[in-house]
Design a protein around this ligand. Structure first.
Ligand SMILES: Nc1ncnc2c1ncn2[C@@H]1O[C@H](COP(=O)(O)OP(=O)(O)OP(=O)(O)O)[C@@H](O)[C@H]1O
Ligand SMILES: [Mg+2]
Length: 238
């Protein structure tokens, strides 16, 4: 059984008289431990698809199962619980709270789970250390570089030990060096910690960190590219 199974997923938006079919029948299976990249032109439905996978949005039609459980049948409370326990999100523009320091930002998802202050601190520090920010615990987002802010966002995404990490253009706001640093953290999370990763990117070099690239066009999967070792090797040498 696939961890994430989407069948015939469609999503339409109605704005006044205009109807946009953002997704038109997507069928994908994502196994535990997969590392998937989604590419495609602007407006092709990448963020819409990622938001549905992350239970932030519901499809207009089709079925979505997470570990065999039908998402459409879940209550809002059950969905919130899935988002909090199973999924970690990373966004292009980091989405950190500006008035909280790095450690407090990372502790947030654990507060929603009712974990004690002492345990929260311990886990937040460990997560920040794992992304190389053990010496930036009390910096505010404004006192961190873009790459460091994104690493705080990754620490926040992994602090609750989710099975799945979803990232919408995680390197989009970063220079190529910081982007590579973020991708090596993702590779480690996938390879050594077994996290399932689904990321949206516009950059081929970033997409190739994944095992497979889903190419979206006009709300449909145009093709699935399998990234083999020789291609990854090519990227590494460059
Ligand atoms: N809330 C919304 N209301 C109406 N239309 C929307 C909404 N969100 C997205 N759309 C439309 O759905 C289509 C897909 O949007 P989506 O954000 O998924 O694209 P994308 O592939 O992520 O693009 P980009 O690369 O620019 O981020 C677009 O045509 C967009 O205008
Ligand atoms: Mg988008």
């Amino acid at each position: 059984m696939a961890l994430l199974e989407l069948k015939g997923i469609a999503r339409s938006y109605k704005t006044g008289q205009i109807k946009v079919d953002a997704l038109k029948g997507i069928d994908i299976s994502i196994e535990e431990g997969d590392f998937i990249s989604i590419m495609g032109p602007s407006g092709s439905g990448k963020s819409t698809l990622l938001n549905i996978i992350g239970c932030l949005d519901k499809p207009t039609s089709g079925t979505y199962e997470i570990a065999g459980r039908r998402v459409e049948k879940m209550t809002d409370g059950q969905l919130a619980d899935i988002r909090n326990r199973l999924i970690g999100f990373v966004f292009q523009s980091f989405h950190l709270l500006p008035d909280l320091d790095a450690q407090a930002n990372v502790e947030l998802p654990l507060i929603y789970r009712g974990i004690s202050g002492r345990e929260r601190r311990k886990r937040a520090i460990a997560a920040l250390e794992s992304v190389g920010l053990g010496d930036r615990l009390h910096h505010l987002p404004s006192q961190l570089s873009g790459g460091e802010q994104q690493r705080v966002a990754i620490a926040r995404a992994i602090v609750g030990d989710p099975a799945v990490i979803l990232a919408d253009e995680p390197t989009g706001a970063l220079d190529s060096r910081s982007g590579e640093n973020i991708m090596s953290i993702f590779r480690d999370l996938n390879h050594n910690q077994g996290k399932t990763i689904v990321q949206v990117t516009h950059e081929k070099s970033v997409a190739r960190y994944g095992h497979k690239i889903f190419h979206l066009l006009d709300g449909e999967i145009e093709r699935i590219e399998v990234v083999n070792d020789s291609i990854s090797q090519e990227v590494r040498v460059k």
